[in-house]
Design a protein around this ligand. Structure first.
Ligand SMILES: Nc1ncnc2c1ncn2[C@@H]1O[C@H](COP(=O)(O)OP(=O)(O)O)[C@@H](O)[C@H]1O
Ligand SMILES: [Mg+2]
Ligand SMILES: [Zn+2]
Length: 445
């Protein structure tokens, strides 16, 4: 028997086997149950998340001879033929690979043919945004006067490219990127059924790498299974794919943020000479830096990021440093494609040296002054009052601390004697004596 890839072997044959995509499943199941089936659906979403799968399930559940509780039986002749791909009333058109006249013909004929065997004739048009102009027109015509007992399911990864005239005639169903937990669940299911030994962290890495696509995760699992002879460990997956774990990537990012250039260079070179997949690693690195930026800038990062706990360590890193690092890494990735990759990555690492000199905006405000009671603020001289109005205020140990811009602070320093006399209880004290590079911060509290 020839080898069937996991993605095909484990395509869900019932709604209950679909992982995630709860909204899509619910809409489809309910419309079948209530017998309110649209003439045309548009399934939009990233690749490998279940669009074709659910389109087939729709075809199956409307044509099943013994449906029960919204599920197809899976055993009647129609169900079996749909699973095998030999059901005459299910027509799949791949607009991406079949851009000739065949698809146009199939669409034209759709109007004329009634279902041969089942209750509904179902046309699944994959990558519908790639349809040729002629095919689009044929489809449009058909959708204007939809033939009875015909269902069109247009699937697309590029919703924006579908013409509005088509869109308005379809019921739209949006598919989500698969979450890492869902992918993990799907992979575990396969391993258990196949009797594959695995470690949790190894599958978790595969799930991470599949970038929200169930199909990609299944292909990675195919490779890992073959490579490890069905004993999937973290080390073997890393070796097979030549990549790093998320933790290792974050450690490397730390090195860059600390401007430890030599250490970072050695690391990159070692990966290179050990034959790691630097391009892939760089891509993952980029994604992690982007995640860190989101982590720093969002109020509830856990709503968009998975495993936020891994990012906690970066809480104190200024956003500005991360933004700079992102630019350097992004640039390095582009350069690596157009010239010697290793030297592009090296250069990016060297550029990260500048990170230590990046001052966050908040620290550009360099002078400080504190008053123990707010009332005194009013009594001060007009010059200081004006500077105070521009200052940033914070509270520190019951006192109000004013942080001045460098310019204001310089002016204040010029009149320090005078101002001290005016506010004998004000506390002038540097917060940080010296920065590493010898520049002084003039922050007084
Ligand atoms: N939601 C899902 N639940 C379980 N398996 C899925 C899911 N989405 C995709 N798969 C797996 O990935 C394969 C490809 O899915 P498919 O429906 O063709 O994706 P799409 O049409 O969105 O690109 C399926 O055969 C199945 O093994
Ligand atoms: Mg598909
Ligand atoms: Zn059936």
């Amino acid at each position: 028997m020839s080898y069937v890839p996991f993605a095909r072997k484990y395509r869900p044959r019932f709604f209950r086997e679909v992982v995630g995509q709860e909204v899509a499943v619910k809409i489809i199941k309910n419309s079948v149950k209530a017998n309110r089936i649209a003439h045309a659906y548009l399934f939009a979403g990233p690749r490998g998340v279940g669009k074709t799968t659910l389109a087939r399930l729709l075809a199956k559940s409307v044509n099943c001879l013994n449906p029960a509780e919204g599920e197809p039986c899976g055993e009647c002749e129609n169900c079996r033929e749909i699973d095998k791909g030999s059901f005459p009333d299910l027509v799949e058109i791949d607009a991406a690979s079949n851009r000739g006249i065949d698809d146009v013909r199939a669409l034209r004929e759709a109007v004329n043919y009634r279902p041969l065997k089942g209750k509904y004739k179902v046309y699944i048009i994959d990558e519908a945004h790639m349809l040729t102009k002629e095919a689009f027109n044929a489809l449009l015509k058909t959708l204007e006067e939809p033939p009875e007992n015909t269902i069109f399911v247009l699937c697309t990864t590029e919703y924006d490219k579908i013409l509005p005239t088509i869109l308005s005639r379809c019921q739209r169903i949006v598919f989500k990127r698969a979450g890492k937990k869902e992918v993990l669940e799907y992979l575990k299911g396969i391993c258990q059924k196949e009797g594959i030994d695995y470690s949790e962290d190894a599958l978790s890495l595969l799930a991470e790498l599949s970038d929200g696509s169930m199909r990609d995760s299944a292909s990675l699992l195919d490779q890992a299974t073959a490579y490890t002879e069905a004993n999937i460990t973290l080390e073997s997956v890393k070796e097979l794919l030549g990549i790093l774990t998320k933790e290792e990537l974050l450690r490397f990012i730390k090195t860059l943020l600390e401007s430890k250039v030599r250490e970072a260079l050695e690391f990159i070179e070692e990966l290179y000479y050990r034959g790691f997949n630097l391009e892939k690693i760089w891509g993952m690195l980029h994604r992690e830096v982007n995640n860190l930026i989101l982590f720093k800038s969002l109020e509830n990062p856990e709503t968009v990021l998975e495993e936020v706990e891994l990012y906690e360590d970066f809480k104190e890193v200024p956003l500005e440093s991360l933004l700079y690092l992102e630019e350097v890494i992004s640039r390095g990735g582009v350069d690596a494609r157009t010239r010697d990759a290793l030297s592009a990555y090296r250069l990016a690492v060297i550029k990260s040296y500048l990170i230590k000199d990046i001052l966050p905006l908040s620290r550009l405000i360099e002078g400080g002054f504190s008053l123990s009671s707010a009332g005194k603020e009013e009594e001060t001289d007009p010059f200081l009052k004006e500077a105070l109005s521009r200052a940033t205020r914070t509270k520190e140990g019951g006192k109000t601390v004013f942080l001045f811009s460098e310019q204001d602070w310089r002016a204040i320093q010029d009149r320090l004697g005078e101002l001290r006399a005016l506010h004998p209880d004000a506390d002038f004290r540097p917060l940080k004596k010296k920065r590493e590079d010898g520049r002084k911060t003039r922050r007084f509290g």
